[in-house]
Design a protein around this ligand. Structure first.
Ligand code: NAD
Length: 437
């Protein structure tokens, strides 16, 4: 099948490349000319493990290409995916649909008869109807189908997630469009991934419901961690104890600095706004958002307290900046408010991250960077483990302690333990693990 992907970011590029790898003929389009020129030269605009190899293999096989030319690529496509960004609208938190709407206006004049327009971007309920209206305004009576096909991949494991998903959700009313989508996903659905065909509105809702539920689960264990700190429990043990219950499951039960990233913050906010607008407020989600924001804002205070009440004039080292490991994405990363507040409190903040330093430099101009943890901690009063990259999972503590002014370890991801670190003279502060005594 011929596929055109509008938007070549984390979702568009990974989805387009994986669809090419299934054997389809795919062109990834972006309005960012530099991005497309880089891709044509074999340079990827994002870091995602394994993506560079998969892109070059599929380009070499003639199944994958990159272009800014919407007209000719859309005209040939059986399926046109919309995978552009839907950030929070400034001011009210609604999903900003301006990129989606302009994409649909740009592609509509070129769609061929019977083509499917599939929305991969996360969009509020009713957006599919709105896109259909726009198409009808521009080309009344023209036979094309608008389907919702939300994406569930996780950055950092995106290729695996796209190629072996738990399920594929397709919101579609017409039989013809359903057959096209079934053909498109046949290479993976025959193996194991169930395709859930449902209404377009349900598909749109499923995406928000899924992200909101996961955000709530993380927030639940984070609050449980706070309680553990107050009353002397260990949240790791509690999480393990409840996670072994099949009805609960062990995933998304890792207490930490609060969720960030390109999806949970904006999608919970957009769902909250939609629910309020339709007179059916979701108080669980409203509270989740509030707790998570407060948590991220309070991270610096943890560090300040661990440093004896002030960080003015002190060096603080941050290990990890990206919102999670294996990505260079800084969107809504907990490291941002943490670094900003430490800087505002008078600290010198030195950070290291295997992939995100370039993106972080533009967001945090006063941050200093180091090439590795050992150079980051030189003369530091405390080191904070912010993102649990593998590179930070087997640190040489004797070396770290030797280089630091004061060996304090603030472990926002509970990678290590108090007993282990105290052997090297560190004062250890985890999340939800109260000090004994
Ligand atoms: P992104 O910002 O990385 O990429 C979006 C790309 O679209 C950019 O390169 C931009 O230049 C391009 N673009 C915008 N308007 C365009 C237009 N009119 N024509 C051509 N290109 C255009 O965003 P992303 O992280 O890939 O997310 C895309 C969508 O997928 C969002 O709705 C997001 O919520 C959803 N989603 C993201 C993830 C994730 O992990 N990032 C997972 C599931 C769903």
């Amino acid at each position: 099948m011929r596929v055109t992907m509008i938007g070549s970011g984390y979702v568009g590029l990974v989805s387009g490349t994986c669809l090419a790898d299934f054997g389809h003929s795919v062109t990834c389009i972006d309005k960012d000319e530099t991005r497309i020129a880089d891709l044509q030269r074999g340079q990827l605009p994002i870091y995602e493990p394994g993506l560079d190899r998969l892109v070059s293999e599929n380009v070499a096989a003639g199944r994958l290409g990159f272009s800014t030319d919407i007209a000719s690529n859309v005209a040939q496509a059986d399926v046109v995916f919309i995978a552009v960004g839907t950030p929070s609208r400034r001011g009210d938190g609604h999903a900003d649909l301006s990129h989606v709407e302009s994409a649909i206006r740009e592609i509509t004049p070129h769609l061929r008869k019977g083509a499917v327009v599939a929305t991969k971007s996360t969009v509020p309920v009713g957006t599919g109807d709105r896109l259909e209206e726009i198409i009808r305004e521009i080309r009344p009576e023209y036979p094309v189908f608008v389907v919702s096909n939300p994406e569930f991949l996780r950055q950092g494991a995106a290729i695996e997630d796209f190629s072996r998903p738990d399920r594929i959700v397709v919101g579609v009313a017409d039989e013809a469009a359903k057959r096209i989508m079934a053909d498109l996903y046949r290479p993976i659905s025959i193996n194991r991934a169930p395709v859930l065909f449902t209404s377009r509105r349900n598909a749109e809702l499923i995406k928000y419901a899924g992200n909101a539920f996961l955000a709530m689960k993380i927030t639940f264990i984070n609050e449980m961690a706070d309680l553990c700190e107050s009353l002397g429990g260990d949240v790791q043990e509690v999480a393990r104890g409840i996670g072994l219950d099949n009805r609960i499951g062990p995933k998304f039960l890792h207490a930490g600095p609060g969720y960030g990233g390109s999806c949970f913050p904006k999608d919970t906010l957009a769902l909250m706004r939609t629910a309020q607008e339709f007179g059916s407020p979701m108080r669980l989600i409203e509270t989740t958002i509030d707790i998570n924001n407060t948590r991220k804002q309070a991270l610096a205070q943890r560090v300040i307290q661990a440093c004896g009440g002030t960080v003015a004039g002190k060096r603080i080292a941050l290990l990890g900046l990206a919102f999670k490991p294996n990505t260079d994405d800084m969107r809504e990363a907990p490291s941002i408010p943490l670094a900003e507040m430490l800087l505002a409190a008078g600290a010198t903040v030195v950070a290291t991250d295997p992939q995100a330093m370039r993106n972080a430099a533009s967001l945090l101009p006063d941050l200093e960077f180091a090439p590795d943890p050992y150079r980051a901690v030189e003369d530091a009063e405390a080191v904070v483990l912010v993102t649990e990259w593998n590179e930070f999972r087997a640190l040489n503590f004797a070396e770290l302690a030797k280089r630091m002014r004061n060996p304090r370890f603030i472990d926002l991801r509970n990678v290590y333990g108090r007993a282990e670190l105290s052997e090297y003279g560190f004062t250890y502060h985890g999340i939800g693990r109260a000090a004994p005594g």
